[in-house]
Design a binder for this molecule. Structure first.
Ligand code: ATP
Ligand code: MG
Length: 431
């Protein structure tokens, strides 16, 4: 038997004319007792297919029963047709039906809860498929970027005996009768790992029991974390810029059709990757007050303030450095030129807020111990972390980037849930 060469819908559209063999799922269907129109969907695109009854007399009963999401293979001739959804149409000569789908439980007007419960089916939508492709490009681009820049990928466990961030956002699990926690960050491991490999990164899930239901928090998110010896805050900021520039460029290169389908303004996105600003926390507080927000020095920005701040400084991505030490974690370094403030940054994205958090770390053991005492933190069994300061401490810096936040920003998604296939939130634990 001759081997059939199946091509994708997108390849067929590119081919423009001649014979094609396609397979996929019924995206839409309509027809009469003489003719049936199927819009066929595969991972690449959709295309209208026309079946005339006279060619399929013996199969017509079956064809007539085809419903949305039925799986088929078709063979026919493609031609341009301006009225068809993607500008081309296939006149079908042969069809093989794999399965006639049951009534598809996703229609036009399903609410968010239902789409959440049927997430495994909702992923088949053109929108979610586009996002999944962009996500894949972005993750690969991150890996490529760090490897090109001499970083070694080193993993850390998800089960931990204590937590780095601590507090109310910790997930506790039972670990053979003892308490364990799901990791919130790779950083404590990384600050030790760099004494071996100098430059390390990992992309892995972090878990945060975020109780507030916001449009930019998940309870399980993919955290791209980086730590490097011998680099300071300025080097780290440069690395962050280069990283974002590179991944956005890759996404534009690989996923222009997907970005277009999501309504992303590509020329603006192209410009965004170079529209960085840099200010100090104190300047941010001043500007916010000038613009009518009521916020005092020493307070953390609220979600609205973070979103708006970037625009006030006429850029798309804004590094805010030198937060007051009182609102920073003990491991962020102190800027000796601006005492009382940190060698840290938050990178805020216009319209969204924080997407990356980084700092040059405090490398001095005595200073860290003082900071811990002041904050009344007992590291307990996590004291091993401080071995990074006891045995050959070096200047070092690192950042944590929220993969879903970056996707949400690039794609202009209303809710972070859309940026991950199976989101986890306080309300969503299945599918
Ligand atoms: P936020 O203030 O926005 O809650 P955070 O300061 O608590 O974030 P970090 O510990 O700084 O978070 O985490 C590093 C990065 O990970 C953040 O800049 C953000 O991009 C991402 N991130 C943090 N928490 C979440 C979450 N719950 N869901 C998705 N991404 C998150
Ligand atoms: Mg942060």
């Amino acid at each position: 038997m001759e081997k059939v060469n199946f091509i994708s819908v997108q390849e067929a559209i590119k081919k423009k004319s001649g014979k094609v063999s396609l397979r996929g799922w019924v995206y839409r269907e309509r027809g009469s007792n003489k003719i049936k129109f199927i819009v066929l969907r595969d991972s690449s695109n959709i295309i209208q297919c026309v079946l005339e009854r006279e060619k399929f007399e013996t199969q017509w009963d079956e064809i007539d029963k085809l419903k949305i999401e039925s799986s088929v293979e078709i063979h026919g001739k493609i031609k341009e047709d301006k009225r068809a959804p993607t500008g081309y149409e296939v006149l079908v000569d042969k069809i093989k039906i794999f399965q006639i789908a049951e009534e598809y439980p996703i229609g036009k007007d399903l609410n968010e809860k239902l789409l959440g419960d049927r997430r495994h089916l909702w992923l088949r939508s053109r929108k979610m498929t586009a996002i999944l492709k962009i996500r894949s490009t972005l993750l690969f681009a991150l890996h490529k970027f760090f490897r090109k820049n001499n970083f070694i990928e080193v993993e850390a466990p998800s089960f931990t005996a204590s937590t780095s961030e601590g507090g109310s956002t910790t997930f506790e699990v039972s670990y053979f009768g003892k308490k364990a926690y799901l990791t919130q960050s790779w950083q404590f491991y990384a600050e030790n790992i760099i004494h071996a490999v100098e430059r390390a990164y990992a992309i892995a899930p972090s878990f945060r029991a975020e109780k507030s239901r916001t449009s930019r928090h998940l309870t399980e998110f993919w955290h791209c974390e980086v730590e490097a010896a011998w680099i300071n805050l300025d080097d780290l900021i440069k690395l962050t810029k280069d990283c974002l520039h590179y991944v956005i460029e890759e996404v534009i290169k690989e996923n222009t059709p997907e970005l277009v389908s999501l309504g992303v303004n590509i020329p603006l996105l192209k410009k965004s990757k170079d529209r960085f600003g840099r200010i100090k926390y104190s300047e941010a507080i001043e500007k916010l007050n000038e613009m009518g927000h009521k916020i005092k020095y020493g307070e953390d920005f609220g979600a609205e303030e973070e979103k708006k701040l970037v625009g006030y400084f006429n850029c798309d991505l804004l590094f805010v450095t030198n937060y007051p030490l009182e609102i920073l974690k003990f491991y962020h370094g102190e800027d000796l030129k601006n005492p009382g403030t940190g060698t840290n940054f938050n990178l805020l994205a216009k319209g969204l807020g924080e997407i990356v958090d980084g700092s040059q770390r405090e490398e001095n053991l005595d200073k860290i111990i003082k900071r811990l005492k002041k904050a009344k933190i007992n590291l307990g069994i996590s004291d091993w972390y401080l071995d990074s300061r006891r045995y050959g401490s070096v200047p070092h810096s690192g950042f944590g980037l929220g993969v879903e936040r970056v996707i949400q920003w690039i794609c202009g998604l209303e809710n972070i849930k859309e940026s991950i296939p199976f989101p986890r939130t306080p309300d969503m634990i299945y599918p």
